[in-house]
Design a protein around this ligand. Sequence first.
Ligand code: NAG
Ligand code: NAG
Ligand code: NAG
Ligand code: NAG
Ligand code: NAG
Ligand code: NAG
Length: 541
Amino acid sequence: MRLIRLLPSVMAALSAFVGSGAADVDPIVIKGSHFFYKTNGTEFFIRGIAYQASVTADDTTNGTDDYIDPLTDPAGCKRDIPLLKELDTNVVRVYAIKPDEDHSECMQMLADAGIYVIADLSQPSQSINRETPQWNNALYARYTSVIDSLANYTNVLGFFAGNEVTNNASNTDASAFVKAAVRDMKSYIADKGYRKIGVGYAADDDADIRQQIREYFDCGTDAERIDFFGLNIYEWCGDSSFKQSGYADRTKDFADYDIPAFFSEYGCNAVQPRQFTEVQALFGPEMTGVWSGGIVYMYFQEVNNYGLVTVEGSSVSKLPDFTSLSSQMAKATPSLTNMADYTPTNTKNAACPTVNAAWQAVASPLPPTPNKDLCSCMTQSLSCTAKSNLSAKDVGRLIGVVCGLSESACAGISTNATSGKYGAYSVCDPAEQLSWVFNAYYLEQGKKDSACDFSGAATKQNAAKSTGSCQSLLNQAGSSGVGTVTAAGATGKVAGATSKGAAPGGLTHQAFLGGFGLSSAVQIGLYSVSALMTGLLMVLL
Ligand SMILES: *[C@@H]1O[C@H](CO)[C@@H](O)[C@H](O)[C@H]1NC(C)=O
Ligand SMILES: *[C@@H]1O[C@H](CO)[C@@H](O)[C@H](O)[C@H]1NC(C)=O
Ligand SMILES: *[C@@H]1O[C@H](CO)[C@@H](O)[C@H](O)[C@H]1NC(C)=O
Ligand SMILES: *[C@@H]1O[C@H](CO)[C@@H](O)[C@H](O)[C@H]1NC(C)=O
Ligand SMILES: *[C@@H]1O[C@H](CO)[C@@H](O)[C@H](O)[C@H]1NC(C)=O
Ligand SMILES: *[C@@H]1O[C@H](CO)[C@@H](O)[C@H](O)[C@H]1NC(C)=O
């Protein structure tokens, strides 16, 4: 079921550890398909609440960071934590963190209350877009900045690398980019020497693709798969039952899952006020073997009518939903397994879904790891580049123009999640990508002056001779930009020569000009094929 909400995808995360003097809580660890307190090994079931006022659509289109990170508002935390405790809350989910602001006070208050945080890594204007999916330097910087800001807090339970990104059979390719983000954030956490904090994905509950999504994110190597699965589920409406609601079927779906699964959002509001009778099922014997609890959507009352409380300034009023959730939670007493007594029986990652009309993302290879060094080495090495004063709109339009003129010039920046072919420069900023395609086109045209112009948007430069680590990176990317760059990612460190040689030659060039029927799985940088075609027609007319 799809939710009607102000903003389809908002998420967050947080963590806390306030230097000296702060009392750390016991971190939550994962064993098999369950969560446990690290020290005493008691099983941990998520009694969560989604805790963030919605970002409005206006905020998103404004392109600003207008969203409110509730974990940077100590007065709000102080106001709300006692109410969260009345609901037996032990997890809050925050959808959009502000990494540059101070989280220490809220994180400490939450820790003192025994409350953990699951934070989404994206924010409304910096997330993997399901229509034009990318995994690039800018998103990598955003995601890692959230991890850096929260990793020290021991009451951070985990991060979500995406929320309902693929939400229809028409945008399944986007999941490849989310999974690349999962892979890179897991490796970032390890490389930085942070505590082992899980990285998961929160899916919607779409009958057409739920099986593939469940399998895709758990398949392949441990380095690539998620650490836990979140399902945003709104199947239990009114006073339903385990069978009638669909919960029984969903529980069957996950019976063999080898990692923790929980409801990353629940609480259908089709029948109001909500009675939350599903709480007894979720924490009862039919479900606790498979599910690790869930997160009620949501704390704040807004126009979508999912709130538990109404907040005005410093005052909070409980809504009827609050009262019923509170009494249901008080009655929920799952039986707890101790970690030492638990031997996981599901020990295999899922099999990867078949790629076909219903699922358009191959599990391997995934999109490349962003790499800022690669992109700056590349732009220095070019003989024809984009002028630096172009507007974002012009950059986008001109990429469309060049890719319309020559598909091969664009191979280095294009992505195809269905074939698993990704240009090495698909991770670069749009302006860098434009420079790459300008230069590739110029070379294809035998370096004619007129081929490096584009009405004054392109200009020639003296290409710097690449040496050392730059040369190694560029060798890996190959002359057409479709090689596999294996040197370290966007952290600024460039690994030594792991030269895998030049790109495989003989790219299969599809006649782009004849390709009006291109699959939606094809992306050229930020621009969808239809935008490219518009650009092309504009230039030809
Ligand atoms: C284990 O620790 C957690 C938090 O530190 C606590 O809530 C729980 O009651 C403990 N379990 C037991 C069996 O004492
Ligand atoms: C959009 O941005 C402008 C300029 O920063 C600001 O004045 C305005 O309030 C913002 N709109 C919303 C809805 O936040
Ligand atoms: C996290 O802890 C490390 C080591 O104590 C410290 O260097 C770093 O600044 C801390 N980060 C934050 C965001 O507090
Ligand atoms: C969802 O996917 C189906 C099948 O690909 C397609 O027919 C439909 O138009 C898509 N819906 C939206 C809203 O994109
Ligand atoms: C960019 O700079 C060039 C000079 O290098 C100038 O001719 C052009 O008008 C500028 N374009 C914009 C959009 O400012
Ligand atoms: C993307 O890859 C798929 C599978 O190989 C292929 O069918 C499709 O034509 C490709 N798209 C383009 C534009 O090359």
